[in-house]
Design a protein around this ligand. Sequence first.
Ligand SMILES: Cc1ncc(COP(=O)(O)O)c(C=O)c1O
Length: 401
Amino acid sequence: MTVSADVDNPLTQLTLDQLRRRTSVKWRLYPPDVLPLWVAEQDVPLAPPVADVLRRAVELGDTGYAYGTAYAEALGGFAARRWGWADFPVGRTTLVPDVMTGAVEVLRLVTDPGDAVVVCPPVYPPFYAFVTHAGRQVVEAPLGTDLRIDHASLDEAFRRARALGPRPAFLLCNPHNPTGVVHRRDELETVAELAARHGVRVVSDEIHAPLALTGARFTPYLTVAGAGDAFALVSASKAWNLAGLKAALAVAGADAADDLARMPEEVSHGPSHLGVLAHTAAFRDGGPWLDALLGGLDANRALLGSLLAAHLPAVSWRPPEGTYLAWLDCTRLGVPTEAPAGGVASDLAGPARMFLDRARVALSSGHVFGTGGTGFVRLNFATSPAVLTEAVTRMGRAVTG
Ligand SMILES: Cc1ncc(COP(=O)(O)O)c(C=O)c1O
């Protein structure tokens, strides 16, 4: 994909000095000599349609409570245009504060305390924290060596989950963070078959859905045969960098409408009106900006491949099909990987600790992503080619120097 002629590449618009003035966690957790390529924030300005709608709301003092179905309608239009989802069910959606809170609220509808929730590690670390915080137990179904869903491992995990409690669920990451795998329709159909066989309810986190890169096609789980009793969680947060403007949607399959009707009304009080306005504008009018971003990300993915080959030949990876996350296998670097006990998603061990100390590059440490994560790092390439080049060059020097 080439960068759109109409909109400039959003990844080359901001200088490091401008970015360092930001006060979000990406730019404040580490000192200014560190290049932050960790948490999933992007180094982009706001998409103009999003900035406009926020500016208008501020000028008008339109800062009350959210109302209406505009967000769901905007997502429905986007889903039809981009994913061919013609009958997106606006009537089976509800506003939730963000994707993780929404996922937990949906899990509360379809499981009981003590029931099992299956996840496919290595996976987004809050999947563990939020599930256990909600009083459910995590059961792991590790990805295969090709980093795709291993259906035999999933079958076995569903069996164990069912033995642990009567109402198990599967928290699917579609596309998958940290590997960037965009699950194919046939893979998801097998998931649906297994879920039906074992009586497992599927909750699909689709926050990275708009970020399928050139060569991949995103499949909404709710459009898969046999997925009628599932739920999806969607938001514009990752693709348009709106994590600070909270608002997401829970979408129910045709056979999950009764479950959705039991969603407590107070959950919809969490998203902010400004968040709803921003996410609505992104899905409705943010397509050209997204295309320019996807062009920039595609170029960065290729650049990262060349940089790794030149500076870190011992590090291996499978280029992601979606997201702006690269999952780098650093096991051949031979860095000791002992990890601190317990911990949170920003904890560092092994290669991530070494790259912070010796290269002053902050990455996400693989060990917090569950089984299969130790010895890996996750690199966020939603930055300028200049920062990416500097970071990987420094990482290479840290290993050889
Ligand atoms: C797979 C996945 N789900 C959820 C989130 C967090 O989304 P939210 O802030 O809407 O809870 C992220 C953030 O990176 C993510 O990668």
